[in-house]
Design a protein around this ligand. Structure first.
Ligand SMILES: Nc1ncnc2c1ncn2[C@@H]1O[C@H](COP(=O)(O)OP(=O)(O)OP(=O)(O)O)[C@@H](O)[C@H]1O
Ligand SMILES: O=P(O)(O)OC[C@H]1O[C@](O)(CO)[C@@H](O)[C@@H]1O
Ligand SMILES: [Mg+2]
Length: 357
């Protein structure tokens, strides 16, 4: 038996751990694994792929990125189909299906985010043997309590904050760190708490910059002359708007710029020298943490198990310390956001972190 795997959408630390897990588990069953390159693009005739044997995945656990490559552009860019639902055009699907048939692929493991899994759902509904593996550093999918890549991204935020602390203290400055997370504040909240931020601004909690400025003044009065502010890229400006750069190929807006805006306002309101720093794709690169290597491995193993059991149309999911699965249709387009009254936000406030509300 032969199965396929592809990565699609943005990359994420831990993708190679999934590939490693899939190849390891499939090899034990005597199966062959085909790795399609650059997302769904690799499915287009004549097919861009490589046969993945255990020796091809040796040593990749610790590597960031993906050995298969990925894309969020290309021929599979979803177009608006029936009832305003984005669909991949029929001729593209037909061409890709030819490759699947020629290679006799009996299961296709799609490791991707919301967009790629929506495409996966379309293909499953058209009869493809699809299995989904969720991938996002944002950790914002309702159907899974944790995704690989998140812990690595948080570690990068913590490392950045550790470094910013010392320069902020030396100069008695406010430092604003803008972090990723799209419309969810998980990276900001976890990274901010672990990195000892003094203020954390989230998409889920409307904030008032004057309240942050007052927090800075109080800290100054207590003898703390530097302040670290973490702001999520998707946090809303006081008028409710998002700070954006452009639209990307998938039609999704590219977020960015809120750190600079907040820094300028805080400097104006407090009279303190303020600098901002955008962490950007550093959060997506580099070696995955041990947790992400383990999670990626377990997700890969579960994907092969689902293939063995013929349970297609399902997405691997992590719930209550167990790796299990849910129907893909229940998983896509269901965001898990920070609860403004949740225990974690309360814990942040309890240790004196200002959320700007
Ligand atoms: N709403 C959608 N419906 C169907 N396909 C989609 C949708 N949004 C995106 N896609 C397709 O999925 C692929 C990747 O999309 P996108 O760049 O959003 O990545 P993703 O899988 O959502 O991962 P992430 O956004 O976390 O990087 C592209 O081919 C894109 O056309
Ligand atoms: O790599 P790109 O296309 O700029 O996408 C960046 C976005 O992708 C993510 O890294 C993951 O969804 C977001 O946190 C961020 O907004
Ligand atoms: Mg997406």
């Amino acid at each position: 038996m032969r199965i396929g795997i592809l990565n699609s959408g943005g990359d994420c630390p831990g993708l190679n751990a999934v590939i490693h897990g899939v190849v390891g588990a499939a090899t034990q069953l005597g199966w062959e694994v085909i790795g399609f390159k650059d997302g769904f693009e690799g499915l287009l005739p004549p097919g861009d792929y490589k046969v993945l044997k255990p020796q091809d995945t040796q040593g990749i656990l610790k590597l960031g990125g993906t050995i298969l490559g990925t894309t969020n552009k290309g021929h599979f860019a979803a177009k608006v189909g029936k009832g305003d639902i984005a669909e991949v055009p029929a001729d593209i699907v037909a061409k890709a299906k030819r490759t699947m048939d020629q290679l006799e692929i009996r299961a296709l493991i799609i490791v991707g985010g919301d967009g790629s899994l929506t495409t996966g759902l379309q293909l499953y509904r058209e009869g493809w043997p699809v299995i989904g593996v969720p991938k996002t550093i944002d950790n914002d999918l309702r159907a899974t309590a944790m995704t690989f890549g998140f812990d690595s991204a948080v570690s990068t935020v913590v490392d950045a904050l550790d470094r910013l602390h010392t320069t902020a203290e030396s100069h008695k400055r406010i430092m604003v760190l803008e972090v990723m997370g799209r419309h969810a504040g998980w990276i900001a909240l976890w990274g901010g708490i672990a990195g000892g931020a003094d203020a954390i601004l989230l998409p889920e909690i409307p904030f008032d910059t004057e309240k942050v400025a007052e927090h800075v003044r109080q800290r100054d009065a207590q003898g703390h002359h530097s302040t670290l502010v973490v702001v999520a890229e998707g946090a809303h400006l006081p008028d409710g708007e998002l700070a954006t750069i452009a639209e990307n190929a998938g039609g999704e807006v590219r977020l960015g710029g809120i750190g600079d805006i907040i820094a300028r306002r805080l400097e104006h309101l407090t009279g303190k020298e303020t600098r901002s720093c955008t962490l950007g794709h550093l959060q997506r690169g580099g070696a995955p943490t041990a947790l992400d290597r383990i999670l990626g491995t377990r997700f890969g193993v579960m994907a092969v198990k689902l293939a063995e059991e013929g349970r297609f149309g399902r997405m691997v999911s992590y719930q209550a310390y167990h790796v299990d699965s849910v129907p893909i249709e229940e998983a896509v387009n269901q965001l898990r956001l920070v609860e403004p009254e949740g225990e974690m936000v309360k814990a942040a406030k309890a240790v004196g972190i200002c959320l700007g509300d």
